[in-house]
Design a binder for this molecule. Structure first.
Ligand code: EPZ
Length: 438
């Protein structure tokens, strides 16, 4: 039976070493990119989270033959039997990243029929930059209600200017251009570490891709892309979440696989709070020793290398119990402050004006029943529960499972009191107010 609540009890300082999984936001697009090849590829360091299982389902729907060994994080994808170019609406709706098969399908078949991915709680999340870019490549696109059919007799290389450095649009267009004769230039491209990891696997497949400063991706189309073996980069967002868990509980942690080279802005802010941060050789690995009196810090989220929007919610949770006042601007999404309301239930002092949150640090938070609204909000609430007096009961835990492989189990290993409600140890049941057991 899938658990439906997670219980987090105030925990002592967390200490230890945590093993990371591969980056969710790299592996999903990399799995989609395999549609560009004809044969069996092997991906390692693949996180066993729910979004990966969803992408497996989608690729199998198209005809791919897939074996996944979640214990060893190894995924084998044979694309020779992919014959379909349409994705069912119910599959599209489950995960926005499904839109990332559009570029590869257009490159492979000249066709791609998908349902519009639709928005989510953090924003409307349109795909207009993807659509405008594909139109520049000669794709005919017809939108009928929620269905989008796209076809091109032949994709055309072109110059595409993105009005915003969209991660997904950069990835989708780059994948289509990799098999499009001629030179395609994507100006104002996203250069997030996950985009670079996609670029790396495409080049391994035989694609010709270079980056021209400051942010233009130049793709020389080729005839054929080959199946490959590739280790997905480790997840900087998971690394950040565990560093914050140790920082907030006053502990210490080693994250030997953390891609510190891709975490500069986040690590800078941790140091500004007063935590002792040490980066490993060649920018691989981070260790943190928490300060006893963290100072509040302010930041704005921005495209890479700015502060990552996907670490905004967990970092905001840390400001709730830091000393001083912090101002956080969420500039990437129009509605990514929903976790604030839940943190206020726990006693956090936060004011919101449009996309700006002002957080006045408090001495303590209090356990409460809270609702996780999205992947990163679920992480923020777990972190807050670790330091809150008493017991926090969190629903919406499907979001946590979508974005993180076995986060509760990894936190337990560091000393955290966190359980799925169905696994509650007897003594904690006795400590919980009856109302919270309902
Ligand atoms: C990717 O989403 C990530 N998802 C997101 O992570 C991440 O927050 C985001 O990049 C920014 O870093 C995956 O990689 C699977 P965008 P994506 O296109 O590609 C607007 C998480 O929690 N926009 O860079 O959808 C859009 O609405 C998730 O792991 C348009 O207006 O992000 C948003 O406001 C959440 N039109 C902004 O741009 C478009 O055509 C950034 O979106 C495309 C995007």
């Amino acid at each position: 039976m899938a658990e439906d609540h997670i219980i987090i009890e105030q925990s002592r300082a967390l200490h230890g070493t945590v093993e990371l999984a591969g980056a969710k936001n790299a592996v999903l697009v990399i799995m989609a990119s395999l549609i560009l090849t004809d044969g069996k590829s092997v991906l390692t360091n693949v996180p066993a989270n729910d979004d990966v299982w969803q992408m497996i389902k989608l690729l199998r729907d198209l005809g791919a033959v897939i074996t996944f060994d979640p214990e060893n994080h190894r995924l084998e994808v044979d694309t020779r039997l992919i014959t379909k170019f349409s994705v069912r609406a119910e599959v599209m709706k489950k995960m926005r990243a499904s839109v990332l098969v559009m570029g590869p399908l257009l490159a492979r078949f000249g066709r791609s029929d998908i349902a519009l991915p639709g928005g989510c709680v953090i924003g409307s999340r349109p795909i207009d930059y993807h659509i405008n870019g594909f139109k520049r490549m000669g794709v005919e696109i017809d939108i009928d209600g929620e269905y989008l059919t796209a076809h091109a007799t032949e994709l055309k290389a072109n110059k595409i200017v993105l009005e915003y450095p969209s991660v997904g649009a950069t990835e989708n267009l780059m994948m289509a251009a990799a098999l499009t004769r001629g030179t395609t230039r994507i100006v104002n491209a996203a250069l997030e570490p996950e985009v670079i990891d996609l670029m790396n696997i495409l080049k391994k497949m035989g694609a010709h891709i270079v980056i021209e400063a400051p942010a233009t991706v130049v793709i020389e189309g080729v005839e054929l892309l080959r199946p490959v073996e590739h280790a997905v980069i480790f997840d900087r967002l998971e690394a950040g979440s565990f560093l914050l868990a140790a920082a907030m509980t006053g502990g210490s942690i080693e994250v030997p696989q953390a891609p510190a080279f891709a975490m500069d802005m986040f690590l800078l802010k941790l140091e500004e709070m007063g935590h002792q941060v040490t980066v490993g050789i060649d920018g691989i690995g981070v260790s943190l020793r928490a300060t006893r009196s963290p100072k509040a810090v302010s930041f704005k989220t921005a495209p890479y290398p700015g502060f990552p929007t996907d670490l905004q919610a967990p970092m905001l949770a840390a400001q709730c119990v830091a000393s001083g006042t912090s101002t956080i601007y969420e500039t990437v999404y129009e509605n990514r402050l929903l976790h604030v309301m839940e943190l206020q239930k726990m006693g956090a002092q936060i004011k919101i004006e449009h996309n700006k949150a002002t957080i006045m640090g408090v001495d303590k938070l209090y356990g409460a029943s809270v609702i996780a609204t999205d992947i990163r909000a679920s992480c923020a609430l777990v972190l807050a529960g670790l330091v809150a007096n008493g017991i926090t009961r969190m629903s919406g835990i499907n979001h946590l499972a979508r974005g993180y492989e076995a986060m509760p189990q990894k936190l337990q290993k560091l000393g955290a009191n966190i359980w799925y409600e169905t696994q509650l140890p007897q003594d904690i049941k006795l400590r919980m107010p009856i109302s919270q057991l309902a």
